[in-house]
Design a protein around this ligand. Structure first.
Ligand code: DAH
Length: 357
């Protein structure tokens, strides 16, 4: 290569180096790109330096040191800029007190309340069995809550000790979800199948198994030729789907004014599998060693109720049942105290997720 060509290439590169403003490299990677551009294996200055060896010895002696010092100077400027960028980075992190190597704090996610989860699952199962959702008001009339359900004036449930009466009589806070049966039959011509989950209120002293505000779910089927056998079959399928296929149910004779015959229904205890044993030889505490847990009231709709809501008891038959939602959730999730549902303690509520259903 002719010395003049080399010299032209060298001066052009030197001018480019001179024009480079280190502060224009705002990041370490931008700075490294500059380094590679000039000093990389095929970098502009590297090429010029490689060309030196083709010059006559005299010229090499003359220009070699110049070219080498141009490289040394560029390396120096790059190193200084690198140090500045690195120290700036360290300083800003130190000042902020942020340790960027720590894992991010997890985002707080809301969850459904266990009663909501239980209620959703119960209505979902009955929905699959063809029941539709019905609703009624929490503030009820004496007629819907008692009278039309064949609960006569002298019945103890109507006592002021049991029921929250409101100032403008005859209204009250509904004591069960059964009035939704009445409202549905008054406005919908059978055949009908409804499920109604919701709140109910009683003047109960609060303890581990009682709350003045609680949740129930009512179920009613009215049609032609419906019998107690339909009630049994429905409850069996419902409970097995909800609690597991090995669940057994048993009926005990009982009394409710709005059903005849009436029954209380027990479910084999989920905790001991219906054995009554467990608890380290002391026996299962959830079912008091009986193997059964009382869960709901049920029966065949009393013809008197049909008459009261204006349906012909000769034509229509039906069954109904009512179940406490917390009680079921307590058994399913092994919750020992009903008050835990209402205290809004996140340590309790955080344990429930849709995934566990
Ligand atoms: N309403 C009743 C209660 O709160 C429960 C009940 C019993 C509902 C029998 C029903 C039924 O539908 O048929 O104790």
């Amino acid at each position: 290569m002719a010395t003049s060509d080399w010299l032209a290439a060298f001066e052009k590169t030197a001018a480019a180096i001179g024009a480079w403003e280190p502060s224009s490299a705002a990041t370490l990677s931008a700075l490294d790109a500059v380094r590679i551009d000039f000093l990389g294996r095929n970098g502009r200055l590297t090429e010029v330096l490689k060309g030196l060896k083709d010059l006559p010895l005299e010229d090499r002696k003359l220009y070699g040191p110049k070219a080498q010092s141009a490289r040394a100077e560029l390396e120096g400027r790059i190193a200084a800029r690198k140090a500045a960028l690195e120290s700036h980075r360290d300083l800003s992190l130190e000042k902020s007190g942020v340790d960027v190597t720590l894992p991010a704090s997890p985002a707080l996610r809301g969850r459904l309340h266990p009663v909501t989860l239980m209620m959703g699952e119960m209505t979902r199962v009955l929905g699959l069995m063809g029941y539709s959702l019905a609703e009624g008001p929490l503030v009820e009339t004496d007629w819907h809550n008692f009278e039309a359900l064949n609960i006569p004036a002298h019945h103890p449930a109507r006592d002021a000790h049991d029921t929250f009466y409101l100032k403008d009589l005859p209204t009250l806070l509904r004591t069960h979800t059964s009035p939704v049966q009445v409202r549905t039959m008054e406005k919908t011509k059978p055949p009908l199948k409804i499920v109604c989950p919701g709140r109910a209120f009683r003047r109960d002293a609060v303890d581990a198994s009682h709350s003045a505000v609680f949740y129930q779910m009512e179920c009613l089927a009215v049609g032609h030729g419906i019998t107690f056998a339909d009630l049994k079959g429905t409850l069996e399928v419902f409970m097995r789907t909800l609690l597991g296929s090995s669940t057994r149910i048993r009926f005990r004779p009982s009394f409710f004014p709005f059903t005849e015959p009436s029954a209380e229904v027990d479910v084999s205890c989920l905790l001991c599998g219906g054995q009554g044993s467990g608890g380290g030889g002391k026996g299962c505490s959830a079912c008091k060693q009986s193997g059964w847990v009382e869960l709901l009231g049920a029966g065949v709709v009393n013809p008197a109720v049909f008459k009261l809501v204006g349906l012909d008891p000769e034509e229509w038959t039906g069954f109904a049942f009512g179940i406490g939602i917390e009680r079921l959730a307590m058994m399913k999730y092994r919750i020992p105290d009903i008050r835990l549902f209402y205290e809004n303690d996140l340590r309790f509520l955080d344990q429930f997720d849709e995934d566990i259903l």
